[in-house]
Ligand binder design. Structure first.
Ligand SMILES: [Zn+2]
Length: 499
């Protein structure tokens, strides 16, 4: 039997508000405050306290809903989700169940060169839980600590339709959603710090079937785009083996173990909690007027898809470049500022834009990858220095002063130190030799020292030219302008052949 995977993702994203969801405590998304210092009677769940809705959190959730092409519900309310666990101060979480803020949206995602429209089921608002720390002392003693700083942080849940069929599709969905949240500025969406968490629902059905398969497995604990794809791939293979052997896939929650590359059972759904949802009696219903929705829609910032199209139209960039440059707002802004600061116009600007894109997606991306950092992780002055560097290097390569290999070496220095390429070139005496008299001397030397290559050329072996170019480059210690070397050498050799 051939099996088709059915995948749906649930993303929890902490919202970028100054205060918590239902009280005035500051949020602590950088997680730098000492444990249990950003708390008050409300987020500690003391009896007799009353929650108050954070207006900004509602607005950020609406913005996200609109950016994901959802309808915004006019009347919504909050529900109590009841379950006993020590990370829940009140014994229930304030969430939204039957009536979320936004429903029925979609997002276009590119997979293997094809655009796929993937459904968004709902976007709702809830509060984050406290953080548990499980301590295992060397003495053998074990205990758990609770840090309530995180409790009550506004948390947005984005549930996607179960309409994806491959790990790659899921990875692209997640990256796109991540980039939209960052463009909107609604969340830091930092996966490592837990402000963007993803759970995956995975199940298999016979290929050709269109019904949703039973036995859905929820996978948790993935903390990078890559691990989400790996965990889903592993789960597809595991469930396929169970089904091939005639077994039944148990409905359960499984945790991804990154270092072992496997999922393990955490909790069986047969014993799933009954959350006994009911409307939160301490909060009034939330009414959103159509005017408010229209105002918000008109204030939405430019989103990745629109920006990608603009970059192609405005700078003549290939769609591929534009897609990579709009993966994050920081990258897109860097690109546009870099091109603007070059002072170029018209066709020159288009050519500069392509050069800037090449530097950013090539060397800059490579060096950031080696450092395992993103653009936002670098200080602003250094980023400004890179922009200057990219523009100077583009000039130096265009004028033939530097070869592209030399330019890469110079960029590595600029990337690390922020020094200007012009200064580095001067200090290291790197400038490429474009003086035909100087190169002519090297050409004469190379021809004199390699008579057999010259003979090869005369007998029609054009490959000999390549060898001689290499010899000239060697004599010039790599500084000769390769184009000029080629031209001078060809001229000289042709003269020898015909003479
Ligand atoms: Zn509080």
């Amino acid at each position: 039997m051939e099996w088709e995977p059915v995948i749906g993702l649930e993303v929890h994203s902490q919202l970028l508000t100054r205060s918590k969801m239902f009280c005035a405590c500051p949020t602590d998304q950088e997680q730098q405050a000492p444990p249990n210092t950003r708390v008050c009677p409300v987020c500690l769940g003391m009896p007799g306290t009353l929650p108050v809705i954070n207006r900004r959190a509602v607005e950020l959730t609406m913005m996200t809903g609109l950016a994901l092409n959802c309808s915004i519900n006019e009347h919504t309310y909050f529900d109590r989700k009841n379950y006993p666990y020590p990370d829940l101060m009140k014994g229930y979480q304030i969430s939204q169940f039957p009536n979320p803020i936004a429903i029925k949206g979609w997002m276009d995602v590119e997979v293997d060169g094809q655009t796929r429209r993937l459904g968004i089921t709902r976007v709702h608002l809830e509060e984050d839980t406290a953080k548990m720390m499980h301590i295992h002392e060397p003495s053998g003693e074990s205990y758990s600590l609770v840090d309530v700083n995180r409790s009550g942080t506004p948390l947005m849940e984005i549930v996607g339709d179960p309409d994806m069929h491959s790990p790659e599709e899921a990875r692209q969905y997640l990256m796109k959603l991540h980039s939209i949240l960052r463009f909107l500025g609604v969340s830091t969406a930092d996966m490592e710090k837990g402000s963007f968490r993803c759970d995956a629902n995975v199940s298999l059905r016979p290929r050709g079937s269109t019904v949703l398969p039973p036995g859905k497995v929820e996978v948790k604990n993935m903390n990078s785009f890559r691990s989400v794809a790996r965990a889903i791939q592993h789960e597809i293979e595991r469930q396929g083996r169970v089904l091939d052997e005639g077994g039944r896939v148990a409905q359960e929650t499984r945790g991804w173990l990154e270092d072992k590359g496997v999922t393990v059972s955490q909790r069986s759904k047969e014993h799933a909690h009954d959350y006994r949802y009911f409307p939160e009696p301490d909060l009034p219903p939330l009414v959103v007027s159509r005017q408010q929705v229209a105002d918000m829609r008109s204030r939405l910032p430019e989103l990745p898809d629109a920006m990608r199209e603009r970059l192609v139209a405005q700078y003549g960039l290939p769609a591929y470049d534009a897609r990579l440059l709009t993966a994050s707002r920081a990258t897109a802004q860097f690109f546009e500022q870099c091109v603007a600061s070059s002072g170029t116009k018209g066709e020159a600007q288009k050519s500069r834009a392509k050069a800037a894109s090449n530097w950013m997606l090539g060397e800059q991306a490579r060096l950031m990858g080696l450092a395992q950092k993103e653009l936002e992780d670098y200080p602003e002055p250094l980023r400004k220095a890179w922009m200057t560097g990219i523009n100077q290097l583009a000039d130096l390569v265009e004028s033939g002063t530097l070869s592209s290999t030399q330019a890469k070496a110079v960029f590595e220095d600029t990337f690390a130190t922020g020094r200007e390429p012009k200064a580095i070139v001067q200090e290291k005496g790197l400038a490429q030799v474009s003086d035909s008299d100087a190169i002519g001397v090297f050409v004469e030397q190379a021809i004199a020292a390699n008579s057999s290559a010259v003979a090869d050329f005369k007998s029609g072996k054009d490959n000999a030219v390549k060898f001689l170019v290499g010899q000239v480059m060697k004599l010039s210690k790599g500084k000769a302008n390769p184009g000029l070397v080629n031209a001078l050498l060809k001229g000289k050799l042709d003269a020898l052949k015909n003479g």
